[in-house]
Design a protein around this ligand. Structure first.
Ligand code: DX5
Ligand code: ZN
Length: 220
């Protein structure tokens, strides 16, 4: 699955930027649209919040994959689920009660995602992850698009893949940061199910074609 990140899109033209990666003209289009919510506290950058997500939900049929890089997700995440986001992903470093939060997100109608920063180990959270539908492995420090892929995080992807394949966990493994035509194959080989790509899609002349090129490169 491919999830273009609108962080690298033109924020004044979000509806058109979503349409540019949607299904059409013989191409399957994006599986999800990744929306980076940053609060200027959990990460040193500020982007958008629930009002913009609501407008996007009305503007596109692509399921929204909301990645909350915010403090106190226990307070804010459910609002995104109630609004109609497909996935609501919170950071394990920020959540006070991640098990409770997963239940609340699911009860509000979304799938629950748990994200871990590059330096955060996976092992302490294996029990917590039994309550989640996706694991979002960060392959850059969260906060900005266009950074270089950190290959060391693929060990966590391999561990998660093994736990899913042996039935110990039931979730999708997603990766976010530095994914492009050169890095996607290694991530695919390590066992990623869903690839977030911001600059590799929206810095391209034709974002729709860039999505299909990434899909090909992942399969190669
Ligand atoms: C970074 C965000 C990413 C970002 C990825 O903190 O979570 O989703 O958009 O951008 P690229 O693909 O350019 O690394
Ligand atoms: Zn993201």
């Amino acid at each position: 699955m491919i999830a273009p990140s609108i962080l690298s899109a033109d924020f004044a033209r979000l509806a058109e930027e979503a349409a540019a990666v949607a299904r059409g003209e013989g191409r399957p289009g994006s599986d999800w649209l990744h929306v980076d919510v940053m609060d200027g506290h959990f990460v040193p950058n500020l982007t958008l919040g629930l009002p913009v997500v609501r407008s996007l939900l009305a503007a596109t049929d692509i399921p929204l994959d909301c990645h909350l890089m915010i403090e106190d997700p226990d307070r804010w995440a459910v609002g995104y689920a109630e609004a109609g986001a497909h996935n609501v992903t919170v950071h394990v470093e920020a959540a006070a009660d991640p098990v409770r939060l997963a239940k609340d997100i699911r009860a509000a109608g979304a799938r629950a995602g748990l994200s871990i920063k590059p330096g955060t180990p996976l092992e302490p959270y294996l029990d917590v992850l039994r309550h989640y539908d996706t694991l979002l492995v960060m392959s850059v420090e969260p906060g900005f698009g266009g950074q270089s892929f950190i290959p060391d995080v693929l060990d966590k992807v391999r561990t998660a893949r093994r736990l899913v394949d042996t039935g110990h966990l039931k979730l999708l493994v997603e990766i976010d940061g530095g994914i492009n035509a050169d890095t996607i194959a290694a991530a695919a080989e390590a066992g990623v199910d869903c690839f977030v790509a911001g600059s590799a899609v929206y810095d391209a002349d034709d974002p729709g074609r860039a999505v299909e090129r990434l899909r090909q490169a992942a399969l190669a």
